[in-house]
Design a protein around this ligand. Structure first.
Ligand code: UD1
Ligand code: UDP
Length: 359
């Protein structure tokens, strides 16, 4: 009989990561897909299931938004019920959201092996909710799929060496699989921009949205960019801007084109032909590198240190540095291939899960 894996996802980047892995996993395993409902707007969730042909979730826990404790607690309770009913052989989790942590706690209490994709990432900033989620998840996981050797070494420095495998990054698998599909479906005309004449920006990280001084500085910095800035806005940021009375200013800014969150195919297409990317997203930093486009990251630190080390990513503190000058002065350097693997992370992950059950 096939082994049963319960996969838990809930937030936008997890839908993108689950697509390539699920495709391979289902060839060998019985996968039960759980969507916690952490993200629920059509353009934050449903669009990705449709566009990336992700199987319909077997369970939608409909948890929605809330404070960290409330959201994580409700997920924990509901995921436990699913696990008690399904009795899986393993639980697969992705990244570092509250959905990841809730699944990891639920599974560990029931002694179900946890397989963590994107293990070993650290920002060393415990004020980030994601940092707590990833550290705790790594420490209860049986298989830890690290995207890079830096992540493997980090886990070793925390005493975790068993079950750790460097497999590359599943977001690279997704990017390679979907870029040609995007080229067939999307054009720059849809967004009224020309190749290499615009910047693409996303902002959603709590440290930027929840700090009024920082959020104001980011908006001012984007308004100083000479070129057009396409800004597909996360609902969290939209709400914060509205609360502090800045949304109208952004809407009226001459160089900013404010958009609702866009689909993954639209996103990678716009990344590919942009002049550069300005973001605080984890995934988008990597995609800038996959797309061979310079990235400017509005954070004080990043987990994706390799992108900075090869000079395709620059950290910018918007309250202390001039973004438009840094962006304008950026000189393209030679591209270093392969820092996130070769696009076969999903196959490697499924092989290691299979080996785990056959050891
Ligand atoms: C979460 C993850 C973050 C990840 C991001 C990806 C945690 C702690 N954070 O942050 O690591 O980078 O997802 O996008 O898990 N909202 C809506 N509609 C939605 C979803 C959210 O309006 O479909 C609004 C709500 O006001 C909500 C807020 O966005 O309170 C924040 O959503 P939440 O999922 O709590 O955190 P994110 O900032 O999205
Ligand atoms: N993304 C998208 N539409 C958008 C913004 C982002 O499809 O409007 C995709 C992006 O291409 C990447 C992923 O969402 O694949 C990144 O997710 P997000 O920035 O929400 O979270 P993070 O990676 O920071 O956890």
């Amino acid at each position: 009989m096939k082994k049963k894996i319960v996969t838990v996802v809930g937030a936008r980047p997890q839908f993108i990561k689950v697509a390539p892995v699920s495709r391979v996993l289902r060839q060998q395993f019985d996968e039960v897909l759980v969507h916690t409902g952490q993200h629920y707007d059509y353009n934050m969730a449903g669009v990705f299931f449709e566009e990336l042909n992700i199987p319909k979730p077997d369970y939608n826990l409909d948890v929605g938004s809330g404070s960290h404790g409330k959201q994580t607690g409700e997920m924990l309770e509901k995921i436990e019920q699913v696990l008690l009913k399904e009795k899986p052989d393993g639980v697969l989790v992705y990244g570092d959201t509250n959905s990841t942590l809730a699944a990891a706690i639920a599974a560990s209490k029931l002694h179900i092996p946890i397989f963590h994709i994107e293990a070993g990432l650290r920002s060393f900033n415990k004020k980030m909710p994601e940092e707590v989620n990833r550290v705790l998840t790594d420490h209860v996981s049986s298989l830890l799929f690290a995207p890079t050797s830096v992540a493997v070494n980090q886990l070793a420095s925390e005493g975790i060496t068993d079950g750790v495998y460097a497999v590359g990054d599943v977001m690279y698998d997704a990017f390679l699989y979907n870029l040609n599909i995007a080229k067939e479906k999307i054009t720059l005309k849809d967004f009224n921009v020309n190749e290499r004449e615009y910047y693409l920006s996303t902002i959603h990280r709590a440290e930027n949205t929840d700090n009024e001084t920082r959020l104001k500085a980011i908006i001012s910095a984007l308004m100083e960019i000479k070129e057009t800035v396409l800004l597909p806005l996360h609902p969290r940021t939209q709400k914060k801007l509205s609360n502090i009375g800045l949304l109208e200013k952004v809407k009226n800014a001459k160089n900013i084109k404010l958009l609702e969150p866009i689909s993954y195919l639209e996103m990678i297409y716009l990344e590919k032909y942009s002049k550069g990317i300005i973001t605080d997203s984890g995934g988008v930093q990597k995609e800038a590198y996959f797309a061979h486009v310079p990235c400017f990251t509005l954070r004080n630190e990043t987990e994706w240190v390799e992108t900075v080390n090869v000079h395709w990513n620059t950290l910018v503190n918007p309250t202390q540095e001039k973004l438009n000058e840094i962006v304008g002065n950026y000189q393209v350097v030679q591209y270093v291939e392969g820092i996130y693997g070769d696009g076969t992370a999903s196959e490697k992950i499924v092989q290691y899960i299979d080996n785990y059950f056959n050891k």
